[in-house]
Design a protein around this ligand. Structure first.
Ligand code: HAM
Length: 420
């Protein structure tokens, strides 16, 4: 039999690299928890229609990238390509809008898009996201953006740029849309792009091809069409960002890949990543709840890509303090020693010290190699002679200095040594 491998566009996360993923997720969620966001978990698959109506049938994500299937029970379901639609669905289902507002939620998990895999673009990827529902306060937009910037800063990233835009609302955007369509219809575009002009003209602004970009320099800009309420909202977001010390770049052409956005939209980009430079993104989606059959419930949120953030850390050469690995490694010589040291290791773990011991029957050489590889600061070695004296040897792995310690005192001894 030939061996199986992880499907195309996916990868396995193995220690020690997987520790970095946990650390990144923790750093992304910490500012949210501090700001009163509660954890939510929704299913990794939802009814296909939720994404069609929520994310939008004309978006690439829905029209080209969904993992959709019909179940044995004839249900049409899709592996979630993003988190917002599911969170809003849950908020409607559980009537969260009837309680304290805003409803502040965060999540972390796996998402699936059938994309062409490349560096930073996978078919199975990981996001940490946040959504604030039920209030259309521009200061919430600013709060969320500032929390994301805090997360990136706490990871030690210094090259994350915030791109900011506003898309207007469902009243003023149609006017802009019509003006943009008029402009685009006059350009030299291929047939597929012409079709896009009719269905989703804003997406044309996002066309990466130079032949298209070249023609867009005179395109009408959305913010010239904002109504008063949208302009005031955007001004308030910017004023709040300034007072929070967050700097941004105006990005009037920034179009997000999902159709639910209204008003504020933003993306976090990192220059070290090549084509897939967005490490996170989000915005306001004041009509999404109604689109999926819910009550009026404005919302704003973002999702940060864990995988791309790790690539960004690598490109900036940031190594996170290793919280991984063990602090103490035990090397028993013989079965009786192993039984005794398992008890010592268990006592260390109960004190919150990360400890491990050699399992299986390895010789002293192999066991010491394992101790070396474990990254532990201290190793406990015990042979039969030590034990009959009531002792173990504690070895400092950095200096190789070794001392005999009474086995009954070794837990206290190690605890003190690690505190120094
Ligand atoms: P998004 O921009 O589609 O937004 O995704 C957010 C982030 O997820 C991206 O910036 C990127 O870092 C990461 N990401 C997306 N697709 C991939 C992929 N194929 N491989 C690796 N990483 C990827 C959303 O998903 C919205 N739900 C964000 C949001 C929340 N808006 C409002 N609330």
């Amino acid at each position: 039999m030939t061996g199986f491998t992880a499907p195309k566009g996916t990868f396995d996360l193995l220690p020690p690299a997987s520790e970095l993923v946990l650390a990144v997720r923790a750093a992304m969620s910490a500012p949210l928890v501090n700001a009163g966001y509660g954890y939510i978990e929704t299913p990794v698959f939802e009814e296909t229609a939720l994404f069609e109506r929520g994310v939008g049938e004309s978006s690439d994500v829905v029209s080209k990238e969904m993992y959709s299937f019909v179940t044995r029970g004839d249900d049409h379901v899709t592996l979630r390509p993003e988190g917002t639609a599911g969170v809003v669905r849950a908020a409607i289902q559980h009537r969260l809008y009837a309680g304290q507002l805003p409803v502040k939620l965060w999540y972390s998990g796996s998402f699936f898009r059938y994309e062409r895999p490349q560096a930073g673009r996978y078919r199975h990827f990981s996001q940490v996201g946040a959504e604030a529902l039920g209030v259309d306060d521009p200061l919430l937009d600013a709060e969320l953006i500032a929390l994301a910037m805090q997360a990136y800063a706490s990871l030690g990233l210094s090259r994350v740029r915030l791109l900011l835009n506003t898309l207007g609302c469902r009243e003023c955007r149609p006017v802009y849309r019509a003006a943009l369509q008029d402009f685009l219809r006059g350009l030299d575009l291929d047939e597929e792009t012409r079709r896009r002009v009719e269905i989703n003209p804003l997406r044309v602004l996002d066309d990466k091809r130079e032949s298209v970009q070249k023609q867009l320099s005179g395109a009408p800009v959305g913010r010239d069409f904002l109504d008063d309420a949208c302009r005031e909202h955007y001004d308030a977001v910017r004023a709040a960002l300034s007072s929070l010390g967050v700097s941004w770049e105006e990005a009037p052409r920034l179009v997000r890949g999902l159709d639910y956005y209204t008003r504020t939209t933003f993306e976090f980009q990192h220059d070290g990543l090549g084509a897939q430079s967005a490490v996170g993104g989000g915005g306001r989606y004041d009509g999404l709840s109604e689109d999926i059959g819910g009550p009026s419930m404005p919302g704003v949120g973002w999702a940060l890509g864990v995988d791309r953030t790790i690539l960004a850390l690598q490109s900036e050469d940031v190594s996170l303090a290793e919280a991984s690995g063990v602090q103490v490694f035990a090397v028993p010589l013989g079965f009786e020693a192993k039984q005794r040291l398992l008890v010592v290791v268990d006592a260390l773990r109960r004190k919150g010290i990360r400890a491990d011991l050699v399992f299986g029957d390895r010789g002293l050489k192999g066991a010491m190699k394992a101790a070396d590889r474990s990254g532990a600061a201290l190793t406990i070695v015990a042979g039969e002679r030590d034990l009959s004296d009531g002792n173990v040897q504690v070895k400092d792995m950095a200096t190789a200095a070794q001392e005999a310690v009474a086995i009954d005192d070794v837990v206290d001894h190690i605890e003190k040594r690690l505190q120094q």
